[in-house]
Design a protein. Structure first.
Length: 344
């Protein structure tokens, strides 16, 4: 099977019976061309399956393309692709395309894929930071490329950011369990070193402290090793001397790990469970979660990006997106008498 060469701008011009400059104007300054000529050119381009190289055209002018780069983590996490869906939906309305790259949630992966995107002269960079330091982007920012951090603020870099109400979400979830009589409430998360977990842990501690429970160290199971499964982390919490009557799971992976750990220990009362991040089938399984709208998070990030592209200077902004508690059953379990034995 032979491969046909792609049609060029000159090919379209010949078929439409116009000059190459006229074809170029149709794609760059359409208002300068008569409607009849525009229709003839676009019809010829469609017949020839011609697609203009917008990136090359932008580079020739010394500017950026109408492409926005988005650097995210692991594709297996539904949070990331839902944010990407919101970004693409909003950006496409303004004629921008979204180019996605993944870091696999590793600091080395972040800088590598960021550099690859910046080499494409993208119009803006959206980033879910993984590394502890984004100062390597300062030079690019000074050259006029807007940088917007999503889910976590950038570190050592002046940049706009859009995050969740992590503190409030964890505070509300913990307060709900405390109001039901729970006192041994464990907090489990992995990785624990990222901004989102630091904020959620702070909300958990604040709620516990409000009930006079100031030392929660024995109830906190915080890891920074993705090789350790969420199920193992929860199982360790259940086997500890301060066996919890309730668990706050720091993300959806930990929540699913908790469900698996519970299934393996059917001989013991099941702790109450509230997870941070909703996930598919959580409603079917009756799992209470701290929820939010990741698609809307993406839409807001896109609007913030377009505003910054239009006005590169000005004060940076940090926007917080709301969270709310969805009560589905698992988080409404009262402490069982067997669980309460030995509690303070």
């Amino acid at each position: 099977m032979s491969v046909q060469p792609r049609a060029t701008l000159d090919d379209v011009a010949r078929l439409a019976g116009v000059s190459s400059k006229t074809v170029s104007r149709v794609y760059t300054h359409r208002e300068m061309v008569s409607p009849e000529t525009v229709e003839r050119v676009l019809s010829a381009a469609k017949r020839l399956r011609f697609r203009p190289n917008t990136l090359a055209r932008g580079l020739r002018r010394g500017g950026a393309s109408r492409t926005v780069g988005f650097v995210m983590g692991d594709l297996a996490n539904p949070f990331y692709y839902k944010v990407a869906a919101g970004l693409e939906e909003e950006l496409s309305r303004s004629g921008y395309a979204l180019l996605v790259a993944t870091t696999d949630d590793t600091p080395d992966g972040e800088e590598r894929v960021v550099e690859a995107l910046l080499s494409q002269r993208i119009a803006a960079l959206l980033l879910i930071p993984v590394s502890d330091d984004q100062s390597y982007l300062e030079g690019e920012r000074q050259l006029g490329t807007p940088v917007i951090a999503i889910d976590r603020p950038a570190r050592n870099l002046v940049a706009d950011s859009i995050v969740l109400e992590n503190h409030r979400g964890a505070f509300d979830a913990t307060s709900r369990l405390l109001a039901q009589g729970h006192r041994r409430i464990a907090y489990v998360c992995n990785p624990a070193g990222v901004y989102t977990q630091a904020e959620r842990l702070r909300g958990y501690r604040a709620a516990m402290s409000a009930y006079g429970l100031h030392d929660t160290s024995a109830l906190e199971h915080l890891l920074d090793d993705r090789r350790i499964s969420p199920e193992h982390t929860v199982r360790s919490a259940l086997e500890s001397t301060a066996r919890p009557t309730a668990i706050i799971a720091g993300n959806n992976r930990m929540t699913i790990g908790a469900l698996r750990a519970f299934r393996a220990r059917r001989d013991q009362p099941e702790p109450a469970l509230i997870g941070f991040d909703d996930f598919d089938t959580a409603d079917v399984l009756g799992v209470s979660v701290v929820s939010y709208d990741p698609v809307e998070l993406g839409r807001h990030a896109a609007r913030l990006t377009l505003e910054r592209v239009a006005e590169p200077t000005g004060f940076t902004r940090q926007i917080e997106m709301p969270t709310w508690l969805l009560e589905r059953g698992s988080g409404e379990r009262a402490p069982q008498s067997e669980q309460m034995e030995g509690s303070a």
